[in-house]
Design a binder for this molecule. Structure first.
Ligand SMILES: CC(C)(COP(=O)(O)OP(=O)(O)OC[C@H]1O[C@@H](n2cnc3c(N)ncnc32)[C@H](O)[C@@H]1OP(=O)(O)O)[C@@H](O)C(=O)NCCC(=O)NCCS
Length: 139
């Protein structure tokens, strides 16, 4: 697997709607753009030959916590280790930013994602809203 991770600029978001699953939710896209411009949120793509195949978002939450969200790998490229590499990168970037924990929320029925997070050492800390679990990895 040869590729690299790159932080994206807010202007790139419209071309990446499909990848991040933002779809036609223009209100969500506007919020993401606003948060990126204010420095509250950083978004990244995993790219191979300039083609974005995966992505994620990181938000610094305070108390040494970094929040991982929008983790995604293009469907036809799943199962090749890209998701795992993105989580590893999220850990590295969080440590570099001085954080001591990486947290996320996942749907309990999302077994693929759940397996990945457990393998990386995340532990369920509490039930989230409805069918979601909050998970935490100490860095
Ligand atoms: C979750 C996701 C990001 C994983 O990305 P990926 O590139 O497929 O992950 P990897 O190839 O690094 O695989 C890591 C682990 O995921 C799990 N996994 C990957 N493909 C799987 C499959 N086909 N079936 C079951 N588990 C699978 C395994 O635990 C795997 O570990 P292994 O290598 O020991 O088998 C990807 O499936 C995805 O984009 N899903 C849709 C969006 C989503 O649910 N995001 C998470 C929101 S919380």
């Amino acid at each position: 697997m040869s590729g690299r991770i790159r932080e994206i600029a807010p202007e790139e978001l419209p071309q990446l709607d499909a990848l991040y699953g933002v779809g036609h939710d223009t209100a969500l896209r506007a919020r993401l753009e606003r948060e990126m411009r204010s420095g509250k949120r950083k978004m990244y793509v995993w790219q191979e030959n300039n083609e974005p195949l995966g992505g994620m978002s990181l938000q610094k939450m305070g108390k040494g916590e970094m929040r991982l969200s929008f983790l995604v790998v293009r469907e036809d490229k799943q199962g090749r280790g890209i998701g795992g590499t993105l989580v590893d990168e999220a850990c590295r970037l969080s440590r570099a930013a001085g954080c001591t924990a990486l947290t996320l929320e996942v749907r309990l029925g999302n077994l693929r994602a759940m397996r990945l997070y457990l393998k990386k050492g995340f532990r369920e800390e509490k039930k989230g809203l409805l069918d979601r679990a909050q998970m935490r990895l100490l860095l």
